[in-house]
Design a protein around this ligand. Structure first.
Ligand SMILES: O=C(O)c1ccccc1N[C@@H]1O[C@H](COP(=O)(O)O)[C@@H](O)[C@H]1O
Length: 209
């Protein structure tokens, strides 16, 4: 199962997490997030990481031009749209940025919110499900109602996110069958400061499942 650790801001922590065996790292390109990393710093950070890693930039309601500029400047291999981006925006982005992995994050208020998934799947490489928060777009530590997702099986890979921790991942994966998982606040000491022991603990739990 693919594991993404998101919200990395420090090169040493990115390198250490990659050395633990995590293959997908996430970087917050959203200025109002406490995990924001400015594009020039992101470029420098990514240059210190192994070339074969998946490096996903997280964006919220950015324009196509803004996303293209950051992806071109840095070495991001993928884009996670975590705002209110439409299916047609995803379609255009996919056409304009071939070869860049495209994930659409959906923040679920209720299980009814899953109805829109089918509108996105023709245009994206993966769907990510996160919990809804009225004031924040992500990194909230809010947990989804996993029981609502027991039968969720879209025609593209999907990632479970939202308040996952080494302590609750076992229970989550008893209830749902995602292609991958995405953790941010559940493996950090404070926003943007990752806790390597928690990442190692996560890997240990996953190994024993
Ligand atoms: O982490 C952030 O600060 C952030 C800001 C804006 C959009 C998305 C963000 N993070 C994403 O939120 C989910 C869940 O995070 P958590 O595990 O509940 O803390 C994850 O997909 C991050 O990529």
């Amino acid at each position: 199962m693919r594991i993404k650790i998101c919200g990395i801001t420090q090169p040493e922590q990115g390198q250490a997490i990659a050395a633990l065996g995590i293959t997908t790292l996430g970087f917050i390109c959203v200025e109002r997030s406490p995990r924001f990393i400015a594009p020039p710093h992101l470029k420098d950070l990514l240059a210190t990481l192994p070339r074969d890693l998946h490096k996903i930039g997280v964006f919220v309601n950015a324009t196509l031009a803004e996303i293209q500029e950051i992806v071109t400047l840095t070495d991001l291999t993928g884009v996670q749209l975590h705002g209110d981006e439409s299916p047609s925006f995803c379609q255009v982005l996919g056409q304009e940025m071939p070869g860049v992995e495209l994930w659409k994050a959906l923040r679920l208020k209720t299980s009814e919110s899953l109805k829109v998934v089918q509108d996105y799947t023709p245009f994206v490489d993966a769907i990510l499900l996160d919990a809804y928060h009225p004031q924040q777009y992500g990194g909230t530590g809010q947990v989804l109602n996993w029981a609502d997702l027991a039968d969720f099986a879209p025609p593209v890979p999907w990632f479970l996110a939202g308040g996952l921790t080494p302590g609750n991942i076992g229970e989550a994966l008893k209830q749902v069958q995602p292609s991958g998982i995405d953790l941010s606040s559940g493996v950090e000491r404070s926003p943007g400061d990752k806790d390597l022991q928690k990442v190692a603990q996560l890997l240990q739990v996953m190994k024993n499942l």
